[in-house]
Design a protein around this ligand. Structure first.
Ligand code: ARG
Ligand code: ZN
Length: 855
């Protein structure tokens, strides 16, 4: 059943302290809890609980019998509870069979197991009965007890005591106390056998913090990148937001079975191994960079999420949007800020724009949900971050910092709302409150415009208008405040003659620039100043001009993407020939490759088939789009074919080095290699083989392997076998081995089926499932077929019961079925209806319900 934002009510009881005693046994765990509760509003005392076996419950010393409380639909309700309550509750749970990876669960198998928690958003209710909602904050003390086979016993906060269990020499215990008042979704504990990498960080306030990164002993050598990133993030937050860490210990634990990337539990982060482990030999540069970003993201949550948390789950973007904005800013300081912006915008356009254009569109702050797990979306995270960015840019660094200081000053220790956030940020400028509509209104605004130059008056008038589609179930869209960063370029000199931030906050508006000597080329939405789609009446020549003269690397990339979109989506309105694009690339590439290899690599980007599809709203033909895309790629490769050999030689392989330059060289070399293979450049197959054989790191080795697989070079399968044999012991690398095959250009459903039946395939490891299924969904010509959809929907059916969070996320990829040309559209519809008959989880059913509403 649906929960609505407008129905929010304060909890009737506060929890002052909670004492947990978690005893892990061979086949189950027993959880004893003591809650000290105080009434703060009229109403029943409500606890949530799921998949719990209730053994005993007492209130203020008296055992409660059935009849003293009501139990239904995941709730335990005590009516007429007194104002001061001590509840003692005993439950039994079964982490050993918990495949949903929520609550307390076992990861691994056989002799190699560990136990961890995932409580956000509503997993704590699978550990014990509790008022499991983010606006109930309490002080937690946790005792863990287990067999000594599991020497590592961790929970939030400070270690108070540890020792042997009396009369049970094979068992031991540890007691942890967390001094922070926190919601239950930030609770965590770990029972495992892990090694630890330790370090120390001294905060600006002089506090010594012990840093501990826990992993299996075989992985401990892959923890240095994460540890360094943690120290960098701690310092960055002090310098940029004045926020220092508050406890004496910061722990990170790596686990191989995890539904998401990582989790910011107070003082005890739990990470998917894929998001924390990194070494040059086993991890690509792109992955390694995202490890640093995710470490920073979870660390930044300590202030934006943990110390100031969300009043209810509708406010999820309050912590996620702000924290993503913070991790993006951190990453921009670690590499070229242009490349960082390119990567963030590419993700936004590929995934968030698509979500916003389809049946799963929802506001950054949703107004209702059945299952909150379905709303950990790119809209909440990435569009949420874009709103904070617009606010930060509108205020400028000094006033934005005043606003965030005020936010931390006012709300530290509280559970708050998006309105609270905006009100703190508005202290220097109350116009900021108007950004609230960005949180309420779904859909991507389309900004259209044109320019009129008046020679006599020497004025340029830019007319801009905005339009947002009306998403059913929501009010008619209204104009939003859209900052449009603008620069005018003189056509002769190529110089900037004026620069201004235009604020478009009405349906249509004109902006006049005085003293403009000749009709300029206008560069709009610089640095992607707002998450909108831009339709300006450019000539291809204007875009080519900007590719040459724009001073900001992001803007240069943006015009290449506009050119590519015009070429590939022609017939859908705009007509463009590739000549101007190809010529502009040919002129730009040589100098740029020498100057900034990473940016040069990005300029060769052609949006994926999936991303192109997201811009098509009707009669989408996957074969046609793939053919057009392949043909443009071929044209780029052919047009520049004389450059590839020279470029490849100028980008020599060198001993591994983590500098931005070295990473740029590797990124560009991999693309040049693929281009050379595409253009059939003489010797390119040998380059690939040599790059693989002599690789100094995974970026080089995997780049070569991927190119060989995609181009089906003669002995690609031998290289695949070599790769498998070399890295057999490393799950994360074997994930790459699965994904390179499942996402190959020529993949067939037979290959996918074979991968699913491979002995190393594992349904209980989300990373492995995604390495085949998410990889495969990147090939729309295979996905949108009878066999493709049969495989895809059977995977969802299979996971529906075992891991509904994962199943529902995979399902969301099918949301845009309604844009397909017939007969695929009807076929996809029928498969989804069939899936609906078999699905049982509320996660999958809610997603299906929305997805099918598009019919
Ligand atoms: N708060 C985590 C993060 O963004 C994500 C956890 C989401 N977990 C889930 N089951 N939906 O860092
Ligand atoms: Zn987060």
């Amino acid at each position: 059943h649906k929960i609505n934002l407008k129905d929010y009510q304060k909890p009737s009881f506060d929890v002052v302290t909670v004492d947990l005693d978690i005893k892990l046994f061979e086949a189950y765990a027993q959880v004893d809890s003591t809650l000290q509760m105080v009434r703060q509003a009229a109403g029943d005392l409500v606890l949530f609980g799921e998949d719990l076996e209730l053994l005993a419950i007492s209130m203020n010393g008296d055992q409660l019998a059935i009849g003293d409380y009501q139990q239904e639909a995941g709730k335990l309700t005590i009516v007429n509870a007194p104002d001061q309550v001590t509840l003692e509750i005993q439950v039994r749970i079964c982490p050993q069979t918990n495949t949903a990876l929520e609550g307390f669960y076992m990861a691994g198998s056989g002799d190699d197991t560990m136990f961890v928690t995932q409580c956000e958003p509503e997993g704590f209710r699978k550990i014990t009965f509790y008022p499991d909602r983010p606006d109930v904050l309490a002080i937690f003390t946790t005792r863990l007890e287990a067999d000594k086979r599991y020497p590592t016993l961790l929970a939030n906060g400070n270690l108070v005591e540890a020792g042997e269990v009396a009369d049970e020499p094979s068992r031991h215990y540890a007691i942890w106390h967390d001094p922070t008042n926190k919601p239950s979704y930030l609770f965590a504990c770990v029972v495992a056998d892990l090694d630890v990498l330790t370090d120390v960080y001294t905060t600006s306030e002089g506090r010594e913090v012990a840093l501990e990164l826990y992993a299996k002993s075989a992985d401990i050598d892959k923890c240095n990148v994460g540890m360094q990133a943690l120290k960098d993030a701690m310092e960055w937050d002090e310098v940029n937001y004045g926020r220092a860490y508050d406890l004496d210990r910061y722990m990170i634990v790596a686990v191989s079975q995890f539904n998401m990337g990582a989790m910011e539990n107070k003082g005890l982060n739990i990470f998917n191994t894929a998001c924390v482990l990194s070494s040059p030999e086993t991890t690509t540069d792109a992955r390694s960079f995202s490890v640093k970003a995710i470490i920073a993201h979870e660390y930044f949550h300590n202030w934006t999420g943990n110390r100031i948390t969300c009043r209810d789950w509708f406010q999820l973007c309050l912590k996620e949007g702000f924290t993503v904005y913070r991790d993006q800013s951190f990453s921009a300081d670690q590499q070229s800020s242009a490349v960082q912006r390119i990567d963030d915008v590419a993700t936004l356009r590929a995934h968030q724009f698509s979500e916003d254009a389809g049946p799963l569109a929802h506001p950054v702050r949703p107004e209702s949900f059945v299952e909150i797990n379905n709303f950990y979306t790119t809209t909440v995270y990435e569009k949420g971050a874009e709103i904070v960015r617009m606010i930060a840019n509108t205020l400028g660094p000094v006033d934005f910092r005043k606003g965030t200081d005020e936010y931390f000053r006012r709300y530290d220790g509280q559970a708050v709302t998006v309105e609270d956030f905006l009100s703190a940020l508005s202290i220097t400028d109350d116009k900021i409150e108007e950004f609230i509509d960005w949180y309420r209104q779904p859909g991507t605004p389309v900004v259209s415009g044109h320019q009129d130059y008046d020679d006599a008056a020497q004025t340029l008038t830019i007319t801009l208008s905005q339009q947002t589609r009306h998403v059913s179930g929501f009010e008619a869209p209204k104009p939003l405040p859209i900052p449009v960063a603008t620069a005018l370029f003189d056509k002769d000199s190529g110089d900037i003659v004026a620069e201004r931030m235009l604020l478009l906050d009405q349906a249509t508006q004109t902006f006049v620039f005085e003293g403009v000597a000749s009709d300029p080329v206008v560069s709009l939405l610089r640095d992607f100043s707002a998450p909108v789609q831009l339709n300006y009446d450019y000539q291809d020549e204007d875009l080519a001009f900007l590719l040459k003269h724009e001073t900001n690397g992001f803007n240069r990339w943006q015009v290449t993407q506009m050119l590519v979109n015009r070429i590939l989506l022609q017939g859908q309105g705009i007509k463009s020939s590739p000549d101007i694009y190809l010529q502009a690339l040919a002129q730009t590439l040589p100098a740029l490759a020498a100057d900034d290899a990473m940016l040069a690599a990005r300029l060769l980007d052609i949006p994926s088939a999936q991303e192109l599809a997201s811009a098509i709203h009707k009669d989408y033909d996957p074969e046609l789009i793939k053919a057009k895309r392949d043909s443009l790629y071929q044209q780029v490769a052919d047009t520049l074919q004389d450059q590839w050999a020279e470029l490849y030689k100028k980008l020599p392989m060198q001993p591994y080095d983590d500098s931005a330059d070295a990473r740029g060289t590797r990124a560009l070399r991999n693309i040049v290699l693929d281009m050379a293979l595409t253009a059939n450049v003489k010797g390119a197959v040998e380059w690939a083989q040599q790059q693989y054989d002599n690789a100094s790191c995974m970026t080089e080795r995997f780049g070569a392997l991927k190119a060989m697989v995609n181009h089906q070079v003669a002995n690609a399968s031998e290289y695949l076998t070599d790769f498998y044999t070399r890295f057999q012991a490393n799950d994360l690398v074997i994930d790459l081995w699965f994904s390179v095959q499942a996402s190959a250009d020529n993949v067939s459903t037979d290959v996918i089926q074979a991968l699913l039946e491979h002995e190393d395939f594992d349904w209980n490891t989300p990373n492995r499932v995604r390495s085949v299924i998410s990889a495969f969904s990147s090939q729309p010509t295979v996905l949108w077929t009878q066999e493709g959809l049969d495989i895809y929907t059977s995977v969802i059916k299979k996971l529906d019961d075992a891991n509904p969070v994962l199943a529902s996320r995979l399902l969301q990829v099918l949301a845009r079925w309604n844009t397909l040309a017939e007969p695929r559209r009807q076929m996809a519809h029928d498969k989804l209806v069939d899936l609906q008959k078999h699905a049982a989880s509320k996660h999958v059913l809610e997603s299906l319900d929305s997805v099918l509403k598009a019919a």
